[in-house]
Design a protein around this ligand. Sequence first.
Ligand SMILES: [Zn+2]
Length: 374
Amino acid sequence: MAFKTVSNIPKDSFLNKPPALFDLNDYVRQQLHPLADAHQECEEALDMIVDYLKKKVPLKVRRVLKSGAHLRGADVRGEVEEYQLVLFLYDFKSMADCRYKLNEILQQVEFHMKKTNWIVDGNLLMEKNTEFSVRFTLRCSDHRDKFHRILIFPCHDVLKGDNPTKLYKDSMYKDMKTLDEAGRQVYWPVVSQLQTKFIQFRPPAHAVNNLIRLVKHWIHTCFREETKKNLPNAYVIELLVLNIWERVGAPPSFDMLIGFYGFLRKLMMPQMTQAIWNQNYDFSKYEQFTPKNTRIPFIIDPASPFGNLAARYIKGWDDLITVARESLRKPLLWGMEEKRLWQVNPPDEPEDDKEDDKGKENKKKNDKDKKKKK
Ligand SMILES: [Zn+2]
């Protein structure tokens, strides 16, 4: 059967536990939620690298942005994270100037990274630079047997700080609109700042963050290793879970079993996902909604209105659907279809039963809460 080549659900997987004897909420809290100071050592190591760069490399650093799953409040216990460090530099006068000088600056950063003591100690291994970043792996004292991948992106601070005004954002998107996809890539470090901000507005222990952890754990443990490279990245998974949760009214707490079941069901119907968030831009100003492929969902990055994020993972969506279908037949989810909870309606259809009216009210309440926080 086809799924045998994709899935790899172990006998002792949470999916094989009988629901009467197994509490998925406890499992997530006790096994997947990260421990309190899980990332302290990695963060200290990152800070040391930033200090080193500030002292040794003759660059004028305006500010540094750190990103990684735990900084978005969406990390899974034991996961050795990839981190990105964005160095916003006064050395660039504009994004065009950044594009022009980037290679030279990457070489400078690489040159100095190669001289660190961490290399001598065997705790840092340089890798080949990417077009936009210096890349290496680092071992921190908490994660001794595994290496973190770290990418350093020097960039122009086009949004001018942590809390960019609408004016700066509009102007950036206007410039990006004039470029093709390759030309826009130089903006990625700036866009990543808005991505982190978008995901991290809830406390890390929020129920939806726990559902994100569970879905990541499902991907980590139930897919064959060689299929994982085709799957959507962590950020796309985070957006997909958020979209499904918002569509049922963004409940502040819910049963993990119902949430996970709802997620798998939703995965099976990719044509029903139209995820567009307008917090940073007005989508209609930049692109038209034209889903061309109903085998994949339509997910627009809340940090950049250009292109469907899901389109980069066409093979991966097929694999997600295959394993979701198999997972739905596992003991943990037996009998769930009769409960019909966390039912997600197709987009733009009248929602008229009681369940959905309640959902709408929750959604309104949540939107208000969000506004209050701002
Ligand atoms: Zn670490």
